[in-house]
Design a protein around this ligand. Structure first.
Ligand code: 26V
Length: 812
């Protein structure tokens, strides 16, 4: 393989000729990307094989991280970085006249996720491999990932994301490891001759699950783990059966299409549980292929079933893969012929569960009839679990019907996936301290009383390799110049920067680095959108899914208010500000789509009004994605983390922005609280109601948004502009829904209640930004403390407390 530049260049031009049939001189950037990718994949191959062999030989315990979403983004840059050849390759390409960053831009994002939950899974994979831990991702190979967002007339329009059309160069199809997954049909019971019941599953449909493996490269350690993505195909047997029944070619193709459709697309809604049959099929398809494949690997070790949980950990990322529990039970009971108690012991000690939301509308439930028809045997097992669980509760709380009904796995004709996940696993964790406390004290209180030892907190994290070392090379260099390189392996050592917080040359250089990043981002924005932004303005960044509780609307109303102030000549001597938004709305989320339209309207008005556009600009970036986040985060001065307190389970964008030196304006919610704990009030702008206040209002009432409207002239004026003639409404009624949500429906997310303190915090930012040196010091303090939020720390803690994994040490 290649380990120095000339060697690389030779191998590279050979690759171009042999695989693509072009000389370097004639190659397009896309040719270069493909050849480079293929060369890198070759380099990865060796470590990949060795890692898997070692795991097997040493009988290492493996964790399988089951997730319906892996928001991987691009892999080329990350793989080059982790293989430690990025700079060498960059120089080699540059000798040929190519820029690596432009080559990286040839890659289509792997957008197999909605937002935080899916990106967390991707960061975790990077940390597992980098910490030399035997852990693999198990997901679906969606034919279409997260939709491509376009704005038409200011409204969001969704287009399919045909990400596989240019070929996904990192995957390896492994048909020899395909697995059969069964749906439908019915189950009959018979005596097996020795007095026990045997279950016969008949008339089912079979699907072929074909794995596509994607290597997950560890940082500087030769470890290569696997992300296994399953794709649905028909089985030959199934096609022949259909052919026998009815020899009609068109019908046959339709039948085939309907089977393949299971892995067709990612559901783009992360706010409401729609209960769609196809989604349940997807969940079972993922679970059944993944569990069967894990069981198959375990069997190669020829160990007794009692040691299954010493060899295998199955982790479920939210409840979406919760059927792992009854699926493992099914295999152990029906195929391996274990007794219930023994199978239960194995299952429960193997599975662990992370909860990512307390929003009740996002908690999954499935109608009993649907589960019974689609997965008859799985349903029987869930019923039995429920029966036994309720009986055990009856023993502890005899006569307490209410308690038992509230904990049951099946109730009101629904299977409750969170209950299934808690009962069937040995560990349940929340994703930030506050979130875990809310689970224990409120949302899952009765479960916590029943299983107090199962609940733990694991605050989320992000990989500093992608989000600092790769996304922000100028800042990484600056850090290394001052504290050496050890932080790259031990991000917690970023705190060494604290000792230098008074060093003027460091603070000045930090200013320069941020400025440089802002300029390159501004250039990119200009190229992509035609909008010119002033890189001396404060870059204020609000990037995340569009949700009521994330309160993009609060930000928007504040901008309208600033506009009004400037127009009426009441504006203070404010530092020019550019507000950036990036956000996708679920296609059916009407309110969220209206907020997008409003922000686009504000952008139109503000950017084109010469009275204000020297001080105020608004840019809504189309199609926010991982690769866009990598551009915008290094350029941010302000990080907007303004959810209604208690609603944001953790947040991870807050960590990425902090790591890149942005200061947070935020509520005391999710991981913001932990950020505030480490940086202190001087280095963060907190505002708004606290979670206990919000939760009290929800419980006891007493909030009237109309009262706030009546007493705060700024709010009244701004809200009226939504419905009366104004530059923002243009005399139309399209923002009436937003006005109604805030007033007629009493402002579910406390936007108006928090408005005044938000304005105040924003004014403080404006004052503080003028003290440049002091601002840079605040920024440095944020960077210095961000190592606490490295996903390496989070994963270390999952590995030791939940999965009980051992590091593999002997590869290097
Ligand atoms: C929910 C649902 C509901 C059922 C249908 C499909 C679907 C798909 C995704 C989701 C995900 C909602 C949960 C989620 O994304 N939570 C976010 O998780 C992040 C990582 O833990 C955390 O930082 C965010 O605060 C939290 O909102």
């Amino acid at each position: 393989m290649f380990s120095e530049k000339e060697e690389f260049k030779k191998a590279f031009s050979r690759k171009l000729q042999a695989e693509l049939g072009v000389y370097v001189e004639n190659a397009t950037e896309f040719d270069i990307y493909r050849a480079l990718g293929s060369l890198v994949q070759d380099k990865i191959g060796e470590g990949w094989l060795q890692t898997q062999q070692q795991y097997k030989d040493k009988k290492e315990k493996q964790v399988y991280y089951f997730s319906m979403e892996f928001l991987m983004g691009r892999l080329l840059g990350n793989n080059l970085l982790n293989l430690q050849v990025l700079e060498m390759v960059e120089e080699g390409l540059s000798d040929y006249g190519f820029s690596l960053s432009r080559i990286e831009d040839q890659e289509h994002d792997a957008g197999l996720g909605n937002g935080g939950l899916g990106r967390l899974a991707a960061c975790f994979l990077d940390s597992l491999a980098s910490l030399e831990l035997p852990g693999h991702g198990c997901g679906l190979r969606y034919r279409y990932g997260m939709f491509d967002q376009r704005f038409m007339n200011g409204y969001q329009v969704e287009l399919p994301d045909n990400w596989l059309s240019d070929q996904f160069i990192w995957e390896v199809r492994r048909p020899e490891e395909a697995i059969e997954v069964k749906f439908g049909g019915h189950v009959s019971t018979a005596n097996n001759g020795s007095g026990e019941l045997a279950f016969r599953y008949k008339n089912y449909n079979t699907l072929r699950a074909v794995p596509y493996d994607v290597p997950v490269v560890g940082y500087n350690n030769e470890v290569v783990n696997t992300l296994r993505l399953w794709s649905a195909e028909p089985t030959e047997k199934d096609i022949l059966t259909v052919a026998k029944q009815q020899n009609d070619y068109t019908n046959m193709l339709n039948h085939q299409r309907s089977l393949e459709s299971i892995s067709d697309f990612l559901y783009p809604d992360d706010s409401t549980d729609e209960g769609k049959t196809l989604r349940l099929k997807q969940e079972y398809f993922l679970v059944s292929s993944g569990v069967q494949s894990a069981v198959r690997q375990f069997e190669q070790l020829e160990l007794p079933w009692s040691s299954f949980s010493n060899q295998v950990a199955l982790h479920i990322n939210d409840t979406h893969p919760a059927l792992v529990i009854p699926e493992l039970m099914r295999i152990l009971l029906d195929e391996k012929e274990l007794g219930w108690e023994e199978a239960w012991e194995v299952t429960q000690s193997t599975v662990s569960y992370t909860n990512h939301t307390t929003l009740s509308e996002a908690l999954e439930t499935w109608p009993v009839d649907l589960v019974r028809n689609l997965l008859p045997r799985i349903f029987m097992i869930i019923e039995e679990m429920n029966e036994r669980f309720c009986q055990s509760l009856w023993k502890t709380y005899p006569g307490d019907f209410d308690r038992i009904a509230s904990l049951a796995i099946i109730a009101d004709g629904q299977v409750k996936m969170a209950h299934l996940s808690i009962v069937g696993s040995h560990s349940i964790n929340g994703v930030a301290k506050l979130h875990t406390e809310i689970l224990k004290k409120r949302e899952m209180k009765t479960f916590f009383e029943t299983f107090p030892n199962r609940f733990t907190n694991k605050t989320n994290g992000i990989t500093h390799r992608r989000w600092l070392m790769h996304a922000n090379r100028p800042l990484s260099q600056l850090i290394s110049d001052h504290i050496g390189e050890q932080w790259k392996d031990h991000p917690e050592q970023l705190t060494d920067l604290l000792a230098k917080q008074e060093d003027p040359s460091l603070l000045d250089s930090l200013y320069d680095v941020k400025q440089q990043n802002k300029e390159s981002f501004a250039n990119w924005v200009h190229k992509e959108t035609g909008i010119m932004v002033d890189s001396s303005s404060i870059f204020d960044v609000h990037i995340k899914r569009l949700h009521g509780y994330k309160r993009q609307l609060l930000n928007a109303l504040h901008i309208m208010h600033l506009y009004n102030e400037i127009k009426s000549g009441h504006a203070r001597n404010m530092v020019p500000r550019t507000f950036f938004f990036g956000a996708k709305a679920a296609p059916g989320y009407h309110f969220a789509k209206k907020v997008i339209k409003l922000i686009n309207r504000i952008s139109d008005v503000v950017n084109n009004d010469t009275d204000v556009n020297e001080q105020l600009n608004v840019v809504f970036l189309e199609n926010y994605s991982v690769s866009m986040a990598e551009r915008i985060i290094p350029a941010a001065n302000i990080s907007e983390q303004i959810s209604t307190a208690s609603k944001e389970a953790s947040g991870t964008g807050n960590m990425k922005l902090m790591m890149n030196g942005a200061l947070t304006i935020g509520t005391l919610d999710g991981a913001n609280i932990e950020i505030n704990e480490v940086v202190g009030d001087n280095n963060m702008y907190t505002f708004g109601l606290r979670s206990n206040e919000i939760l009290r209002y929800y419980k006891e009432g007493g909030y009237s948004s109309k009262e706030v409207y009546d007493t705060d002239e700024r709010i009244r004026h701004t809200l009226d502009q939504l419905i009366h003639y104004s530059p923002f409404s243009k005399g139309e009624t399209e923002f009436k829904d937003l006005y109604d949500a805030l007033l007629t429906y009493n402002d579910e997310f406390f936007v108006l209640k928090d408005f005044a303190s938000y304005v105040e915090a924003q004014q403080q930012i404006d004052d503080d930004y003028k003290q440049t040196r002091e601002w840079c010091r605040k920024s440095l303090i944020n960077i210095a403390h961000s190592g606490k939020f490295s996903s390496d720390q989070t994963i270390q803690s999952y590995a030791s407390d939940i999965w009980r994994l051992q590091q593999v040490k002997t590869l290097r």
